[in-house]
Design a protein around this ligand. Sequence first.
Ligand SMILES: [Zn+2]
Ligand SMILES: [Zn+2]
Length: 256
Amino acid sequence: MKLIPLPAFADNYLWMLHDGQSALVVDPGDAAPVLQALQREGLQLQSILVTHHHADHTGGVDALREATGAQVYGPARETIPEPLQRLSDGDTVQTLGLAFQVLDVPGHTAGHIAYYCAALDGAPLLFCGDTLFSGGCGRLFEGTPAQMQASLGKLSALPGNTRVCCAHEYTLSNLKFALEVEPDNAALVAYQAQCQALRADGQVTLPSSIERELQINPFLRSQQATIIASARRFDAAGVDQHGVFATLRQWKNQYR
Ligand SMILES: [Zn+2]
Ligand SMILES: [Zn+2]
């Protein structure tokens, strides 16, 4: 199986997975890069997996369905271009000879789902849309901090070697904030240098892994003493009232 991030818009990745003949694509906000890749590699699009309703994740769905006849899958509780097969927690998608388990991960949007494949060429694979980013997490447009924290808890409980396919290249700006929160985290300092080198070379910083995110992502580390202390320095009253996670998210929203 080949896993390819197709760049789209300013910083989206439309993740494509194929076996040389059949392909799936995740969150095609734009049909054009997907159609080009299908033609270039001589592939038939079998399925389209959608994580949430935002236009940069769904804008190409209709055109791709029409051009290829691919089956569309998406969240049960969001408005996605019909027809599609609606999914929620515990459902399984069978495609390309693989099984993808559906996880409800509300927070960024109210009905956001993620797709997890337990075994693919030796390591699990996760398509998590705009829920978990490398070094960060999605903004809370429709959900509460508690919902997002529970969703991230679900994802961070997956095996450490799970490849994390996020839908945006936000890594460097996330790491800048992460270092503000946790300046003495050696793994974070080293990872930033590695990602800076990749970006300077025009390369993708993803997929990440659950193991890595547990070491460097402040939104998965809000129980750490240094992070609690940083959050209190930013807004002690906010920590007392809403908790560390909610305060971190608030801080990140205003951070430049
Ligand atoms: Zn989104
Ligand atoms: Zn997005």
